[in-house]
Write a protein that binds this ligand. Sequence first.
Ligand code: FES
Length: 116
Amino acid sequence: MALVTFSNPEYKDKTVYAVAGSHTETLLKLAKEHKIPVNHDCQDGECGHCVVRVTSIDKKTQRMGYHLTEKEQTVLRQLGKLSKDQIDQLMVDDLPSEWRLACQMIVRDEDILVEY
Ligand code: FES
């Protein structure tokens, strides 16, 4: 069970439980289930409207690397959030990107802060 805290200056922070491990639940799906107004449009990693900043606030586990899909890498580069060199370095170091697309990010067993 992971705790996911959604934070936006216009709304009160909201922390929800995420059932991790299914490898099917995206961050966007979790937000929608809990009526958290994360921007979105295509829901398919194409438009970039759902970009969020993700920070680990988990004290019990080591940071886990996240695999960025090709689509996600392309959109995050187009948005100017990550450069090709930064993406390559994250892969080499097996570290997570602080910028993600909520519709592409699968929730895992790690407590995170999501700024949207
Ligand atoms: Fe379009 Fe996520 S909703 S990229």
